[in-house]
Ligand binder design. Structure first.
Ligand SMILES: *Cc1c(COP(=O)(O)O)cnc(C)c1O
Length: 388
């Protein structure tokens, strides 16, 4: 069995050799001037990837989950109301975190497979004439269901309602893979992790802050220490860090940003759409439903595929791993066992995507799913050949 097969999980993603090498560094004194040569390009690169000119970037040794905690604990106070929606495992977990932090969550839940309920959010904001809602939480790409939501539309709805709440966006599985515009969309906190669109090992929580979020940081009363934006920002001009920074990962991040920006973000997004569309064509050829409720919600970073009720998706994913040495995403939470996911973000070529589709066909056939092996591969090949 090979440990060199690409993975088809929606994070951690495949690591390009150039990034693996960039992370592999000898020990460097993080209080020396050399650290500035790593930190500053990483911060500037992330700003460009987030498309922010007015914002600041902070980077913690953590994961996307740490980014959630940094976002809420730096901008909110105990008892503050937040408006959110549970429409998948990740949006649900962020809500759980808010509740555990003593926030008052107003949740407008949706069936898993649907997107952010923008119209209902607008109605809730209009009804909140006293402005009790301090923040709106949005999971840009719900990785559990393969659903991308329209953050620009959410911003328009917030503006139409004339509501001053902060907009906190989880872009963990969208940033660096799908269009994301922090300034244009009026995002106050944007957060992601290193192991998805940035194609790095896990270990960094990457957070963008608008001027409005920076102002909220000064008055927020939720306790924080490790994740305090103020301690991070105070040191950055001199490349100081409030504790020991993960230097190799930061070097990887600077290199990753350079790679993405060199390719051109529009090209990166088009490449993701191209690979994703091949996967979707394959799923169509299998005759299996996509979990995302409508094509406008289809994610270009992950596709969740609904299995026949007779099939245990978790067992099938485990079988693909043990028999074929290939990792697919299992279903999470409410859709555990019912869907399996093909992650297609980060470094993935047409050839690699075809490999994943072919292996998925073998695993599906092994579980007696009524597909024609080769049909999905042929559909994806046709898409790739016609649209290169
Ligand atoms: C992966 C993911 C997370 C969690 O990130 P970790 O790095 O595993 O903590 C949060 N939100 C979304 C949308 C994700 O895809």
């Amino acid at each position: 069995m090979s440990d060199q097969n690409p993975v088809f999980i929606p994070g951690p993603t495949n690591i390009p050799d150039a990034l693996r090498k960039a992370c592999d560094m000898p020990t460097l004194d993080h209080r020396s001037a050399r650290f500035a040569e790593i930190l500053h390009p990483a911060l500037e690169g992330v700003k460009k990837v987030l498309k922010t000119e007015t914002g600041q970037v902070v980077i913690f040794p953590a994961t996307g989950t740490g980014g959630w905690e940094a976002a809420i604990s730096n901008t909110l106070s105990p008892g503050d109301r937040v408006l959110a929606s549970n429409f998948g495992m990740f949006s649900q977990k962020w809500i759980d975190m808010c509740t555990r932090h003593g926030l008052d969550v107003q949740a407008i839940d949706r069936p898993w497979g649907e997107g952010l309920p923008v119209a209902e959010f607008e109605a809730a904001l209009r009804a909140d004439t006293g402005h009790a809602i301090k923040a709106v939480l949005a999971t840009h790409n719900e990785t559990a269901t393969g659903v991308v939501s329209d953050i620009a539309a959410l911003r328009r709805a917030m503006d139409a309602a004339g509501h001053p709440a902060l907009l906190l966006v989880d872009g963990v599985s969208s940033i660096g893979s799908m269009d994301f515009r922090m300034d244009d969309w009026g995002v106050d906190v944007a957060l992601t992790g290193s192991q998805k669109g940035f194609m790095l090992p896990v270990g960094l929580a990457i957070v963008g802050l608008s001027p409005k979020a920076l102002a909220a940081m000064e008055t927020a009363r939720l306790p924080r220490f490790f994740f305090d934006f103020r301690d991070m920002l105070a040191g950055y001009p001199g490349a100081g860090y409030p504790y020991t920074p993960p230097v190799g990962l930061l070097n990887g991040l600077a290199t990753s940003c350079a790679m993405l920006l060199d390719e051109g973000l529009d090209n990166v997004f088009a490449r993701h759409r191209h690979i994703a569309e091949g996967v979707r064509q394959a799923v169509r050829a299998w005759g299996l439903p996509i979990c995302a409720a409508s094509p406008d919600l289809y994610s270009d970073s992950v596709t969740a595929i609904v299995l026949p009720e007779t099939v245990d998706g978790n067992a099938m994913v485990a079988h693909a791993a043990s028999r074929y040495g290939t990792a697919f995403g299992a279903g999470l939470g409410k859709v555990a066992g019912k869907v399996f996911r093909i992650g297609h973000l980060g470094m993935l070529s047409e050839a690699q995507a075809l490999c994943g589709i072919a292996v998925a066909e073998m695993a599906l056939a092994d579980y007696d799913v009524d597909i024609t092996p080769g049909a999905g591969v042929a559909a994806a090949q046709a898409h790739y050949r016609a649209n290169g």
